[in-house]
Design a binder for this molecule. Structure first.
Ligand code: WT7
Length: 660
């Protein structure tokens, strides 16, 4: 609650400068209000107009929104298009083939420019090679690649032939990769020998081999390997092929597969409140339309701008704001293979300087960690670099605390650049609530107002609107084109997770708590209301980590909660009961390390608990429910003020209070 209070007390307001407003796509609050009013007045007409103006249709749509199978909505369903055509061909056809699409900077600093013509040819070659190997419309292809031009090429090649991709973040374990390969029913896997991060080569192919050997992926016929480092890898003849070899003799042109607007563009797994991640299924026109439109509205992207989104292609941000949005509008973007601290913590600022970046989009957690190092070392401080090309800054993934916001504003933006604090989710496909750089007066810590056409609201547990100033549940009242269409293979879960009966079955439940300011109506996000943690802007299900811990033969029981963390936003704290007696001292430390590595193996390093505590039992109610609120207090090191009279063994509170 303290974060919310500090935002609610936030009185600093930063109106857009005349420079930011002049020539902006949405210039001034009146322009914003006019667009929002247009959407209110004629919802379908508004979306149809935007969809016609933004995308190139092979066959125009005649229907806009179909609500007859709600909450399984469809948009522009009888329209046909191809995502790759919209991202590549149409710019080349317009004579812009020599414009840079991607300025790629490798971990070691090597820079490669890829023009739209180059990209189209590379995508076409791989698309032809995939077709030749029998991959066809509707097939699922899993992509397990590092940040690379090949990653974007692989995504674009899949959708060019109507295949649906599912990108798995390169930091996920073989077990997580296996689960996703099985659940999505992949026919092919595109991976790399190794990935380079912070000067180190990390394995990918060997993890992929393990994932494939773990069973259930018999449908995977081809493993296509991008040679990134040339490191030694095991090879399964007849299954494994080098990417550079299969594209060598392919034609540089490839007829796109025209698909329905509703055709699944990709499936991206994300954590929910159960142990099993959800395959969030997105549509072709929805993602394309909204990622392109928000590039223009939220980032005010214009010809000559250089955009840089630091997210990984393994997350939704890397889908909508690297692989699709920037390309759909023909932008030039920087893409970075490495980490912000290598070879030094000034890398981001150095790269903005080197590539003359004008629009920079990153995560609050990165900003917070860079504040610490740059305040300690002038050489890596933003002031040591020329950041004068910057005109717009953005953040995403978690709430940004006003202090970090102010630092970003003053030190990176030199007080001149609007900050767009974009609230959205894997499920929403693109920005939902965000300031507009040429219109919205900014308040640090608030994501301000919904984009035109997005009917965001705050309700109570019964689905009734709450007045401004009162906290509640964040919902979206009407379907929008870039929303998820389904949970892959689990329509029931789609319905119960996102359109729960308790709220009337018609409101989209985001899973966040929020409050609107009494005077301005500005939204402030209060964080998740379900059992989902947000660590460094990554979503982790507490149940998922608990299941991973319990899968360890030593562990009898485990409960996982979040604790506020200065750098990562939230940190994972695990309370563990072992099958043997409770360990103490060095032994406890050693087992904690073992369990941490175990979770890294089961899910991925991002899910490793920061803190593991051992008890003889967990605090439970008489009915056997774990008292999570109490665990959260213990995790924070707070004095226990709750009623603990129902606890069987109050001594365990002392045990669980000790950090390891
Ligand atoms: C959750 C979604 C959106 C792409 C990256 C994360 C939190 C996201 C903000 C923001 C406060 C935010 C929410 C949301 N979140 N952006 N600007 N302010 N919170 O996508 O993994 O699907 O996570 O991230 O809690 O529900 P994701």
């Amino acid at each position: 609650m303290s974060a919310i209070e500090s935002v609610l007390q936030e009185k600093r307001v930063f109106p857009p400068s005349a420079k930011a407003t002049s020539g902006a796509a949405i210039s001034g609050m009146d322009a914003y209000k006019a667009l929002a009013a247009e959407a209110e007045r004629d919802y379908e007409g508004f979306w149809a107009r935007v969809a016609r103006e933004t995308l190139t249709w092979h066959k125009p749509f005649t229907k806009v929104l179909d609500e007859s199978k709600a909450p399984f909505y469809t948009w522009f369903e009888d329209g046909e298009l191809n995502a790759s055509y919209n991202c590549l061909d149409r710019h080349v056809e317009a004579g812009r083939g020599n414009d840079n699409a991607i300025i790629f900077e490798a971990d070691d600093g090597t820079v490669t420019n890829v023009t739209y013509q180059d990209l189209l040819e590379r995508v076409s070659r791989l698309a032809n090679a995939l077709r030749k190997r029998g991959v066809k419309k509707g097939d699922r292809v899993v992509i397990y690649l590092p940040m690379s031009v090949e990653g974007v090429v692989a995504m674009q090649a899949c959708v060019r032939i109507g295949a649906t991709h599912s990108v798995v973040f390169g930091g996920f374990s073989s077990k997580s990769l296996n689960e996703r390969l099985v659940d999505v029913g992949a026919v092919a896997l595109i991976t790399a020998d190794e990935q380079m991060r912070g000067g180190k080569a990390l394995p990918l192919k060997s993890i992929a081999d393990e994932a494939l050997a773990a069973g259930g992926c018999e449908k995977v016929k081809d493993v296509i390997v991008y040679r990134r480092t040339g490191g030694k890898v095991a090879w399964t003849e007849g299954r494994d092929v080098w990417l550079h070899e299969i594209v060598e003799n392919e034609s540089a042109t490839c007829e796109p597969e025209w698909v329905s607007a509703e055709h699944p563009l990709f499936i991206l797994y994300t954590s929910g409140s159960t142990g099993k991640p959800k395959g969030v299924q997105h549509s072709t026109a929805g993602i394309l339309l909204w990622s392109a439109q928000t590039m223009k509205w939220t980032f005010d992207m214009k010809p000559g701008d250089i955009f840089w989104c630091t997210a990984d292609i393994g997350w939704i941000t890397g889908h909508s704001y690297i692989a699709y949005g920037p390309l759909a509008i023909g932008a030039t973007q920087v893409m970075f293979e490495g980490v912000p601290t290598y070879p030094h913590a000034g890398r981001f600022w150095e790269m903005i300087d080197r590539h003359k970046v004008t629009i920079f989009y990153t995560a609050p957690t990165a900003i917070r960690s860079l504040i610490k190092v740059s305040e300690a070392d002038e050489k890596v401080h933003p002031k040591s670099y020329d950041l004068s090309t910057l005109r717009i800054l953005g953040t995403v993934g978690e709430p940004i605390n006003p202090e970090a916001w102010m630092w970003y504003h003053e030190n990176v933006g030199k007080g001149q650049c609007p900050i767009v604090d974009t609230w959205w989710q894997t499920e929403t496909g693109g920005h939902m609530i965000t300031p507009l750089p040429g219109a919205t007066p900014l308040v640090p810590g608030s994501c301000t107002l919904p984009l035109p056409g997005i009917m965001a609201a705050i309700v109570d547990e019964t689905g009734q609107d709450v007045p401004n100033g009162q906290g509640g549940i964040l919902v979206v009242k009407r379907p929008w084109p870039s929303m998820l269409r389904n949970v892959w293979g689990d329509p029931k879960r789609y319905q119960t997770s996102y359109f729960p009966e308790e709220l009337g079955g018609k409101l989209y439940l985001a899973g966040d708590g929020a409050v609107r300011d009494k005077e301005t109506g500005y939204f402030t996000i209060m964080g998740r209301i379900d059992d989902v943690l947000n660590v460094s802007g990554h979503r982790l299900g507490t149940m998922e980590i608990e299941s991973a811990l319990v899968a360890n033969p030593m562990v009898a029981e485990a409960a996982v909660v979040g604790r506020p963390d200065d750098t990562t936003g939230e940190a994972v704290v695990a309370f563990v009961v072992l099958k043997r007696t409770r360990p103490e001292g060095d032994e406890a430390k050693q087992i904690a390390t073992e369990l941490r590595n175990w979770v890294g193996k089961e899910i991925g390093p991002i899910a490793k608990p920061k803190d593991i505590r051992f008890g003889e039992n967990l605090p439970k109610t008489r009915s056997g429910k774990i008292m999570r609120r109490l665990l959260r207090s213990l995790a924070k090191g707070e004095e226990i003020t709750q009623d603990v009279s129902t606890l069987e063994n109050p001594a365990i509170l002392d045990q669980l209070g000790e950090a390891r």
